[in-house]
Write a protein that binds this ligand. Structure first.
Ligand SMILES: Nc1ncnc2c1ncn2[C@@H]1O[C@H](COP(=O)(O)OP(=O)(O)O)[C@@H](O)[C@H]1O
Ligand SMILES: [Mg+2]
Length: 432
């Protein structure tokens, strides 16, 4: 048999070459060195899957000014409680970093600063300080002298990253690299680093709001669907363990064109609002403008509304946006977009305290989405009273089969309606 053949081949195999460790039974592998160490910033740890894994190389990418240096200085100062941390800055002077550290309260005896742009010198500082955590801000500013190419170019950042990765793995040195993101959202150096490193985090936020989110695009050691939420203020970043409600407009009177939904980012349900505006176009081509939503999904929902529910959008301009700078890209947001647009075109507002959750299919059907109970429990916690959900969601709060089983919430969400298709959902929401 193939398996027996493999086994005998393994037995008769050659001796392990010098320098590499012998294979050991999986039960005898020491896991204590591979466990994630919490950074002390709960919202960051949530995204990392518990914390930083020793020897991991993490790329933190984001646009200039979003708060990358602030985040890492705070994390570095916290990590310095457990041993030396080396913060290499290629963009600012050590004095500027010190000023920021004073402002945000990130000063520690064990936090070492080096203003450096030469790779060999950075490695020299690593040898001198022997840190447990190395922060390089940013990878684009570090230059390898023996490599051609402009600093920050693809060749350079790839070489620099490869060299730092090698050191990280040899010395089990946890390393965080800052990467600048260009306007189109790609990490400069055409995403050249994403496949090299172990973890890729994106730090995002609207320039005009203080809300910041961290999400993992890649994580060798944990989930990639969690998000961490922070508020960026004068004194640094404050974790927001309960961000629901930040993404609602708090309008006193219901306004046509808005609808609330509940997304599920990893294990965290978030109540968030979709706002739309439909108005006569002044151009030949009607405009479709989205912010915080997936433009192609919004386009699809508009087509479904026109063809399957007779909603007359025609050549009008459609604007669709989220509140508070949150990004809603999950298919479960479709139904809220559809109801918001139906509400906007009919100029009838949806009932206050209603949430809509469901994916819209091209046939006009409403499809089930994962985690409906968790989403509804969150809606209830936030004071919502009615919901429109996909058919067959089952065991919902407020329905007979969930009653009396110690369901979470206050029992406010009394009216949960299942809608099989988009017409039914519009009728349930707008009473037409
Ligand atoms: N003295 C200050 N008071 C309040 N906010 C500041 C101060 N200095 C800088 N900031 C803000 O902190 C934000 C984050 O800066 P920084 O962490 O350097 O971002 P990044 O490293 O991503 O470019 C910036 O948007 C900036 O406006
Ligand atoms: Mg910076």
């Amino acid at each position: 048999m193939a398996r027996a053949g493999l086994r005998s081949a393994a037995r008769s195999g050659q001796a392990v070459p010098p320098g590499s460790a012998a294979a050991v039974p999986i039960t005898e592998v020491d896991v204590s060195t591979a466990g994630a160490r919490p950074t002390g910033m709960d919202e960051l740890d949530r995204v990392l899957g518990g914390g930083l894994v020793p020897g991991a190389v993490v790329l933190l990418a984001g646009e200039p000014g979003v708060g990358k240096s602030t985040l890492l200085l705070e994390a570095g100062a916290l990590a310095a409680g457990a041993g030396p941390v080396l913060y290499v800055t290629g963009e600012e002077s050590a004095a500027q970093v010190r000023l920021r550290a004073d402002r945000i309260g990130a000063v520690s005896e064990q936090l070492f600063l080096a203003a450096e742009t030469d790779l060999a010198a950075v490695l020299g500082h690593v040898d001198a300080v022997r840190p447990g955590l190395l922060i390089v801000d940013s990878v684009q500013t570090i230059n390898a002298a023996d490599v051609d190419g402009a600093p920050g170019g693809v060749t350079q950042i790839r070489e620099v990253t490869a060299a730092l990765m090698a050191v990280a793995k040899q010395q089990t040195l946890t390393t965080v690299l800052v990467g600048h993101v260009t306007k189109d959202g790609s990490i400069a150096g055409p995403r050249a680093l994403e496949h090299l490193v172990d973890v890729v985090l994106h730090f995002e936020g609207d320039r005009h709001s203080q809300l910041r989110t961290v999400r993992a695009l890649k994580n060798r050691y944990g989930p990639t669907d969690e998000i961490g939420c922070f508020e960026l203020g004068e004194y640094g970043l404050i974790g927001l363990p309960d961000p629901s409600g930040l993404f609602l407009s708090q309008l006193r009177e219901p306004v046509p064109g808005t609808c609330v939904t509940v997304t599920l980012e990893g294990s965290r349900p978030l109540v968030a609002e979709v706002q739309t505006l439909v108005c006569a176009s002044t151009m030949d081509m009607a405009r479709r403008v989205t912010s915080g939503l997936d433009a192609s999904r919004v386009g699809m929902v508009l087509a479904v509304l026109q063809r399957r529910a007779g909603v007359a959008i025609g050549k009008q301009d459609v604007y669709a946006a989220t509140v508070g700078g949150v990004r809603l890209t999950e298919p479960s947001v479709d139904l809220a977009v559809a109801l918001a647009v139906a509400s906007a075109t009919s100029d009838l507002s949806l009932p206050p305290q209603l949430v809509a959750i469901g994916e819209v299919g091209l046939a006009g059907e409403i499809r089930r989405v994962p985690g409906i109970q968790r989403r509804l429990a969150e809606a209830e916690r936030m004071g919502f009273r009615s919901a429109i959900v996909p058919p067959g969601s089952g065991g919902l709060p407020g329905t007979a089969d969930a009653g009396g089983q110690g369901r979470p919430g206050s029992g406010l969400l009394a009216n949960v309606r299942e809608a099989g298709d988009i017409r039914e959902a519009i009728a349930a929401a707008l009473g037409k």
